[in-house]
Design a protein around this ligand. Sequence first.
Ligand code: 3HC
Length: 290
Amino acid sequence: MGIEKVGVVGFGAMGSGIAQVCAVAGFHVRVRDVEQRFLDRGRDRIAESLARIVKAGRLTDEQARAALGRIHGTLALADLADCDLVVEAVVEEIGAKNAVFAELDEVCGPAAIFTSNTSSLTIVEMATATRRADRFAGLHFFNPPMMMRLVEIVQAITTSDATIEVLRSFVSRLGHTGVVSRDTTGFIVNRLLQPYLNSAVRLLEQGVATAEQIDAAMKLGLGHPMGPLELIDYTGVDIIYHIGNIFFEEFRDPALAPPSLLRRMYLAGRLGVKSGRGFYEYDVKGKRKT
Ligand code: 3HC
């Protein structure tokens, strides 16, 4: 089965990035969010990102306009009825995700494939809430999806090999690289990333080095584009804190539990770039001040 029409549920940072990647690759995309202002904000975010790509000479103005024209926002999940593939990117809560999938299961055709962009939840728990557990998988993009070329394709114990093959071919049509992972909490990247980010926060807590020194060490010493504390600010302190709790719940490994400082930053609303302050301070455009 070929994929032509893609549905995306949730027009936040990840949903808008995923919609953008699909539209740039030539797919028609229907995106659903719950309020018009979220649809408007997602569209603005895509227009801004496309403008940067045009400026960098990687797309023409015309290609960018055509990509934007292939994205249609809606407030109704029923408008995703004729999609061949749906990527869910709503909040990281099993109840919210399963409610979306239950409704989609009623409106979409039986052959449609459902996927979740979850970072830390269990795919089989969502798959079995639908009547198409064999056509259900994880499709995990990385932030920002236009720049990060990896997609983890997650095979739950219920996912058919045929579904994985369709998703492999879809991901390569996006110009991304697909890596297949089993349905274990955190898959490959976050399973390795989470203890690394926690360790960086613990080094800071223990006064081993300053935030700047920790980030400079990892950028210059290992060639990473961002240091670990910058990456937490970029991804969101709330996201990393929330993922840490889910990981700890699953594995009971203290290395995966969110460090005290991260919890306190979360409680204080120091969420990183999006709140203007995390480990560093940012202006309203998200540019680093300190
Ligand atoms: N859209 C389009 N183009 C973009 C872009 C975006 N969102 N972000 C960066 N670019 C392009 C632009 O051409 C930009 O040039 P411009 O500033 O003149 O427009 C160029 O990249 C360089 O960007 P920056 O100067 O902002 O900075 P960098 O060179 O550091 O690149 C970055 C930005 C690509 C985000 C790079 O820092 C990076 O790769 N960081 C690591 C990100 C990462 O690790 N992501 C994974 C997070 S984990 C995750 O997502 C999993 C989840 O489950 C938690």
